[in-house]
Design a protein around this ligand. Structure first.
Ligand code: ADP
Ligand code: MG
Length: 140
């Protein structure tokens, strides 16, 4: 499945994230690709909202991962941007964490490629078209 959506405002992105959370989220793991400021975090936070997550903690820029519980389900939101090498990566118990989670959203997933190959995942590629416009390409 590949779907391409254009969003011309943050408000539209909110709607799109909600639609995705309700109708297209069919894998445990979703990977988000796109340059800095393209809208990965924005999209994920709106999905968390749509999934009825309380106390959404914002971007896990510094803490690498934010963990949430909804109806006994565990949702993880990763931002792997600050992970610089494999050694550092091994220190974060990534494999065990995602094994035990129900839903996982990952920004900057490339460093985790090797670890993610065991799982089926969906991909969201984001392109910044101009200041307020984005293209969201959903795959898988
Ligand atoms: N249509 C849009 N969709 C998503 N974000 C948008 C849009 N238009 C402008 N923005 C802005 O782009 C920025 C995206 O930042 P962020 O979500 O943190 O990106 P990333 O996590 O990819 O670095 C935010 O400041 C947001 O307000
Ligand atoms: Mg981000």
């Amino acid at each position: 499945m590949e779907k391409v959506f254009k969003s011309f405002s943050v408000k539209e992105t909110k709607k799109l994230a909600k639609t995705f959370a309700k109708n297209y989220l069919n894998k445990k793991i979703t990977l988000f690709n796109g340059e800095m400021g393209s809208g990965k975090t924005t999209f994920i936070l709106y999905m968390l909202e749509a999934l009825k997550v309380k106390n959404i903690a914002g971007s896990p820029t510094f803490n690498i991962v934010n963990e949430y519980k909804v109806n006994n389900k565990t949702i993880l939101h990763y931002d792997l941007y600050r992970i610089e090498n494999e050694n550092e990566f091994r220190n974060i118990d990534f494999k065990e964490q995602i094994e035990n989670a129900d839903l996982v959203f990952i920004e900057w997933p490339n460093i985790a490629e090797k670890y993610l190959s065991d799982y089926e995942s969906q991909i969201v590629d984001i392109k910044k078209l101009d200041e307020n416009s984005r293209e969201y390409i959903l795959r898988g």
